[in-house]
Design a protein around this ligand. Structure first.
Ligand code: NAG
Ligand code: NAG
Ligand code: NAG
Ligand code: NAG
Ligand code: NAG
Length: 315
């Protein structure tokens, strides 16, 4: 620190000195949101500044007269593009939807009667969307288990949603399943939550259980917290043969084919009869010209014949 070289240590402690220099390693996965805590409860006097690799990225003054994030703090360099959130009460900084390029050193400086400084070393590791999002297929009536894909720490909280309806929740040593009416109507007594791992089992699955399940994981550390979202798409398929709806579909197909075949056969039969009748009339009327429609009519009939045969073979 410059002041230490220039002034006495005594002076620094009371004006520019920063105490409590420590660093926390924060490991996040791409796409996570991470909140870096100031540890300040309610800031009245404090001024808080955040730096990323020594560039100021956020600042808030105690009386809220000055607040800036990202590009507002340093014109022309937008690194985070609407992904920074500053808690007006505590000055804690949230980086949403993290990317690889967010890895680096985040320095917190708190200016008050006793100045302090803290460093967070954030590393963002990449994940493929296939790792994060899962797809599961299950036959109707069977059970399916959805796994969080992370080892649960007792301090983490986990919340499962189905199409945005809260269906299960673990916070500390408390867990809740289906407290919501919508959830209860749909899943009554068919959900099982593993309190230790956070995995959710849907028993005796129904067609209507198909959809998107999301798990929100809050990783809680006293100096930072991480929010991770995992998605599992579940498709409940009908059991072949034994399912009512598939039998009904098969039945409709058969009926349609039968009707088609009957109509085709009727058309062929009628056209033949008309054709024969016309020819007979012509024969009776000795001097008439041959009917120009006679030949196409005959061709039509012969064209229809194989179709009718195909239709009846299909059945
Ligand atoms: C920030 O600093 C770290 C090393 O401390 C470096 O790996 C990273 O690339 C830097 N990021 C940017 C955007 O400058
Ligand atoms: C859980 O949180 C408490 C209080 O912050 C802490 O003392 C404890 O070490 C944490 N437990 C684990 C396993 O991280
Ligand atoms: C995180 O832990 C702190 C105590 O260490 C607790 O007050 C807070 O409610 C926890 N948050 C969540 C989301 O579990
Ligand atoms: C919080 O994270 C730091 C750094 O990663 C670690 O040393 C500490 O044990 C963690 N504390 C809790 C309560 O999990
Ligand atoms: C899951 O389903 C949603 C729509 O229901 C879709 O947008 C999303 O791409 C699907 N995800 C995967 C991994 O298949």
């Amino acid at each position: 620190m410059i002041c230490r070289k220039t002034f006495s240590l005594h002076y620094c402690v009371f004006c520019l000195g920063f105490s409590g220099v420590g660093s926390d390693k924060v490991l996040v996965m791409e796409g996570d949101s991470v909140t870096l805590n100031t540890g300040v409860q309610t800031k009245h006097q404090e001024e808080i500044k955040w730096y990323f690799n020594n560039t100021r990225i956020a600042q808030i003054s105690g009386d809220l007269s000055f607040i800036c994030t990202d590009v507002q703090c340093n014109e022309g360099t937008e690194r985070f593009r609407h992904r920074l959130k500053l808690d007006h009460q505590t000055g804690s900084l949230t980086i949403m939807n993290t990317r690889n390029t967010d890895s680096g050193e985040y320095k917190l400086k708190i200016f008050s009667r006793s100045n302090s400084e803290k460093i967070f070393i954030v590393s963002v590791s990449g994940v493929s969307s296939a790792e994060r999002d899962e797809v599961k297929t299950v036959e109707e009536g069977e059970s399916v288990t959805l796994d969080p894909g992370v080892v649960k720490n007792p301090n983490d909280s986990m919340t499962w949603y189905f199409n945005e309806i809260l269906i299960a929740e673990i916070t500390g040593d408390q867990s809740k399943i289906c407290t919501d009416v919508q959830c209860d109507e749909r899943f009554r007594d068919r959900l099982k939550l593993d309190h230790l791992t956070g995995s959710l089992t849907i028993m005796n699955t129904r067609n209507t259980d198909s959809g998107e399940y999301t798990l929100q994981i809050n990783i809680n550390n006293s100096s930072f917290s991480i929010t991770r979202v995992k998605r599992v798409n579940v498709t409940v398929t009908a059991v072949p043969g034994s399912d009512l709806s598939s039998a009904a579909v098969a039945g409709i197909v058969v009926v349609v084919l039968l009707v088609f075949a009957a109509v085709a056969a009727a058309v062929v039969y009628c056209r033949r009869r008309i054709h024969t009748a016309v020819q007979q009339d012509e024969d009776d009327d000795g001097n008439s010209q041959p009917d120009p429609n006679g030949i196409p009519l005959k061709e039509d009939a012969s064209l229809n014949q194989p179709q009718a045969e195909t239709a009846s073979k299909t059945i």
